[in-house]
Ligand binder design. Structure first.
Ligand SMILES: [Fe+2]
Length: 149
């Protein structure tokens, strides 16, 4: 696209937005976190909760493995019609408000199992978060704290 086309299109969009004819410009009070289902919903019979296995304490700067698995307690279906689509893994260092992405992992149904191990190196005490998406039952999360010395 040529520069003049970009400018013209931007001007058209700005005009449309000003009249309210194309875009909904009002936000809502809904927060994305509101649609993530708590592990408490499956207490003792976790089928969707992305269980994190990680050491509770590690040495700063030393790699350790973090394993996330879905269906560890009660196996989750793994069919084309019903399966775990992906797992995302994050870390939040103590005292920070900015989460660090550790990885995103997509799974194909029937053969690939919703389990992943990632080597991680931390410098500070951190909370590790996992989020997974079931194509029928939505988003689920879990977290663990890791002490760093
Ligand atoms: Fe499900």
């Amino acid at each position: 696209m040529k520069r003049r086309d970009i400018i013209r299109n931007s001007a058209m969009l700005a005009g449309a937005a000003a009249t309210g004819s194309v875009f909904a410009s009002e936000g809502t009070d809904a927060r994305f976190g509101d649609v993530v289902i708590s592990p408490a919903q499956e207490m003792g019979k976790e089928k969707h909760v992305p269980i994190i296995d990680a050491p509770s304490s590690v040495s700063a700067g030393q790699a350790f493995d973090v394993t996330v698995s879905v269906g560890k307690v009660v196996p989750h279906p793994n069919t084309v019609e019903h399966h775990i689509k992906w797992i995302q893994l994050y870390a939040l260092p103590e005292g920070s408000r900015y989460v660090i992405e550790l990885g995103k992992f997509d799974f194909g149904p029937t053969v690939a199992q919703p389990k992943v191990t990632v080597p991680v190196i931390l410098q500070k005490n951190s909370t590790i978060y996992a989020v997974e998406h079931c194509n029928i039952h939505g988003l689920w999360d879990y977290s663990v704290k890791v002490q760093v010395s």
